[in-house]
Ligand binder design. Structure first.
Ligand SMILES: *[C@@H]1O[C@H](CO)[C@@H](O)[C@H](O)[C@H]1NC(C)=O
Length: 196
């Protein structure tokens, strides 16, 4: 039930606003929780939910195994909840003193690697953290770039990368580009600690 909540919120929103009629500005403010839905029509990754586990971002993990609560009781969502800070830093949403922050490595080594650090862990060499933004369609980008999903990862999941000009990053094949549509979470957002 919890794992479906994001899709329902998204589909309800999609019915009201199509891509040809952007809302005037992003309705997601700084530090407000949102989920991310993958959009790539007529493909196996259309309407996937972004998940966080093992310091990486995925679609279609059977279980992300995060430790979560909604402020009142433990919860078990199978999607990740994000928040964007004023300075363009992307965080995994949590009411915790141990922040988990996304990073991107667009170097030739990283090829668009998207991951997250936990607490005081430094960002990896060559990585960047603060160029995320949400456009007028509600799509998340990194320094203007979109995302790529690659199949055949752990538990049959797809891994998410930033499009850094590598169509099949990290030695993968059959990767697909996608738009990452934000889905605002109005209430009862899951505060989670994701596995590292
Ligand atoms: C989640 O836990 C299950 C059971 O231990 C395990 O099989 C699975 O690989 C874990 N998934 C991740 C993403 O760590």
């Amino acid at each position: 039930m919890f794992s479906n909540a994001l899709s329902f919120a998204f589909l309800a929103g999609a019915a009201m606003a199509s891509r040809s009629t952007p809302t005037p500005s992003s309705t997601i403010g700084p530090d407000e929780p949102f989920g991310l839905m993958s959009l790539r029509s007529a493909s196996p990754i259309h309407f996937g939910q972004f998940q966080a586990a093992l310091s990486s971002i995925f679609l279609f993990l059977p279980s992300q195994n995060a430790t979560c609560d909604d402020g009142q009781k433990p919860t078990n969502p199978n999607y990740a909840t994000f928040a964007l800070s004023e300075d363009g830093g992307l965080y995994l949403y949590a009411n915790s003193a141990t922040p988990q922050q996304l990073f991107v490595d667009r170097s030739g080594m990283g090829q668009g690697k998207l991951g997250y650090t936990t607490g005081a862990q430094p960002a990896p060499r060559n990585s960047e953290r603060t160029a995320f933004s949400i456009d007028e369609y509600g799509d998340l980008s990194f320094n203007g770039a979109g995302f790529i999903a690659c199949p055949n990862s752990i538990d049959g999941a797809w891994t998410i990368w930033v499009d850094a000009g590598f169509a099949n990053p990290g030695g993968n094949s059959d990767c697909l580009g996608l738009a990452a549509r934000t889905v605002k979470i109005e209430e009862g957002a899951n505060s989670c600690s994701y596995t590292s």
